[in-house]
Design a protein around this ligand. Structure first.
Ligand SMILES: Cc1cc2nc3c(=O)[nH]c(=O)nc-3n(C[C@H](O)[C@H](O)[C@H](O)COP(=O)(O)OP(=O)(O)OC[C@H]3O[C@@H](n4cnc5c(N)ncnc54)[C@H](O)[C@@H]3O)c2cc1C
Length: 508
């Protein structure tokens, strides 16, 4: 049997970040991925001729410090320097264009409110501070409250607090107050136009099963803004798959091993100590440490097994709220320029478009998730790449009250196309192929329990020191030598790579 220093379960970006840092330190590292390709949710895949897309997470990039540490540029990663305009499409074609150039955005906002236009640049300055705070928080190892914390965790926490304090009293208070607020309240403190408010508030629900009137969507708005560095994503050239390809190349360059098509069936545990893993083909592989980059529910309940865990922990893990409600619809069209020009009359490609015309529209879209169904009037975020229109669809509840996901994917696709056709009149006649990814596909194909993109909802009772569960927020587990590093741990959610990076600090 091969003996590794560390086995990492899952080659999502977090697993690969952890693997690359450990391999760089000279550790013997093996990454095991159940799919035939690496990347997890950060993948660019082909669904047919000319139909290649970022299948799930569209755009985005890792933390710059990780890119630099791992020298990912030398492995082909090029991050765009230009952020796309964020365009909130309106039924009357009076679209709100939030360009990355603040002066241009101000001009567009003026058409909705002079007061909001005057507040745009102060708001951007405040959100820059928010971004700095969230990045500082994300690189902090959370103490195991209520079990207490050790000296170094106390120091880290103090650094995070100092970082917050350095923002100045007024902004510090604004950030603290913003955390439990609703996204609606958060934007209401800055803006008066419903159109402007809804465009920004949509970020508070993007990827989460929450409505803009839900407590804590102030925080999720800040989380998504910080991860993107703004309203729209900056992107890796060639698609998000280039990020995880570069990470995989980095792992291999430091002599780390990656095996795809290698699903872990069980983590081998002997009296609260893990010894290795068993694959679905029966192969056993030993290691001193195991890091799971898969979600905590899957890791504890399926891979470790309740029988090997303290009953209280099993109950806590069973209670983690996994509430997938995102679907993805990709449309291959024969004339992307005509499709986009039909909506904008100016064809500002590439752009990020949102269908989020009002605060009420967003909250009503969420009602469907509350009642376990599919929004008839969904919140959509639309990106384009080549001849593909990619639609992020909310809400489509993983647990459906009526019907099931074997048939309801067709409904999501129809609603997405009908909704978009109201804004893009040339769309329908241009579609030549489609690919819809339902919440069930997210679970079965991409390994996300209940289709939850963040490996557990980011909400007030599941964030920071309560992530993944209270008492186990520092990547460690009650099983000696077993650690967690996926998005279900603090620092995770989004593709910054923070939780993959943090586990390496804990392992030292
Ligand atoms: C449509 C969509 C839009 C999103 N938009 C945003 C956004 O705007 N902002 C934001 O913050 N986040 C967003 N996200 C979420 C973000 O993409 C994820 O949080 C992040 O990619 C998770 O990365 P990860 O490495 O932690 O896990 P994953 O990418 O989920 O990787 C986990 C890996 O583990 C593998 N695995 C699981 N079980 C096993 C096993 N038993 N054996 C071997 N391998 C296993 C899986 O196959 C997978 O490759 C979005 C996600 C989606 C799907």
């Amino acid at each position: 049997m091969n003996i590794y220093d560390t086995i990492i379960i899952g080659a999502g970006h977090n697993g690969l970040v952890a693997a690359a840092y450990l391999a760089k330190q000279g550790k013997k590292v093996l990454v095991l991925e159940r799919r035939d390709i690496v990347g997890g949710q950060v993948v660019t895949e082909s669904f047919g001729d000319g139909f290649t897309v970022d299948s799930l997470h569209a755009g985005g990039t890792l933390r710059p410090d990780i890119i630099k540490d791992l020298n990912l540029a030398s492995f082909g990663l090029v991050v765009d320097s230009v952020r796309k305009p964020f365009i909130s499409l309106q039924p009357d074609s009076n679209h709100l264009v939030l360009d990355a150039n603040p002066a241009k955005a101000v001009e567009s906002i003026k058409r909705f409110s002079e007061k909001d236009a005057a507040n745009w640049i102060p708001f951007l300055n405040f959100m820059d501070k928010v971004t700095r705070f969230i990045h500082a928080a994300n690189e902090t190892i959370m103490p195991r409250l209520p079990k207490g914390f050790n000296f170094s965790e106390g120091v880290d926490l103090a650094k995070m607090g100092i970082n917050l304090r350095m923002m100045g009293g007024a902004d510090m208070m604004k950030i603290i107050r913003g955390i439990p607020m609703t996204a609606d309240e958060f934007v209401d403190e800055w803006f008066e136009s419903d159109v402007v408010k809804a465009a920004i508030a949509s970020l508070g629900i993007h990827g989460f099963t929450l409505g803009v009137f839900g407590a804590g969507t102030g925080y999720t708005l800040m989380h998504n803004w910080a991860n993107r560095g703004g309203l729209s994503n900056v992107s890796a050239q060639g698609g998000v798959g280039k990020i995880t390809e570069a990470l995989a190349s980095a792992v291999k360059s430091f002599s780390g091993e990656i095996r795809t098509g290698a699903e872990v069936k069980r983590i081998l545990v002997d009296t609260f100590t893990c010894k290795g893993v068993v694959l679905t083909n029966g192969e056993e592989i030993s290691a001193k440490n195991i890091i799971s980059a898969a979600d905590p529910k899957h890791t504890f309940l399926n891979l470790v097994g309740a029988v090997n865990l303290p009953p209280e922990l099993v109950w806590n893990v069973q209670s983690i709220k996994m509430r997938g409600s995102v679907a993805k619809v990709h449309l291959l069209v024969d004339n992307i320029d005509a499709v986009v020009a039909g909506a904008t009359h100016a064809s500002p490609l590439p752009a990020t478009f949102v269908i989020a015309p009002s605060i009420k529209y967003l909250e009503q879209a969420y009602d469907a998730a509350k009642y376990h169904s599919i929004s008839e009037k969904p919140y959509l975020e639309v990106t384009t790449s080549g001849n593909v229109v990619s639609v992020h669809f909310q809400f489509a509840a993983y647990k459906l009250k009526d019907g099931d996901w074997k048939t309801e994917g067709a409904k999501v696709e129809k609603v997405a196309i009908e909704t978009l056709a109201e804004y893009f009149p040339n769309l329908k006649s241009s579609i030549v192929n489609t690919k819809t990814i339902t919440p069930l596909d997210m679970e079965q194909t991409y390994g996300l329990t209940e289709g939850d993109l963040n490996h557990g909802q980011i909400m007030l009772d599941q964030f920071m020191f309560m992530r993944p569960i209270p008492g186990w927020s520092n990547h460690k587990t009650p099983i000696d030598n077993l650690y967690l590093c996926g998005s279900g741990v603090h620092g995770g959610g989004g593709i910054s790579g923070a939780s993959g990076w943090n586990v390496v600090k804990v392992l030292k």
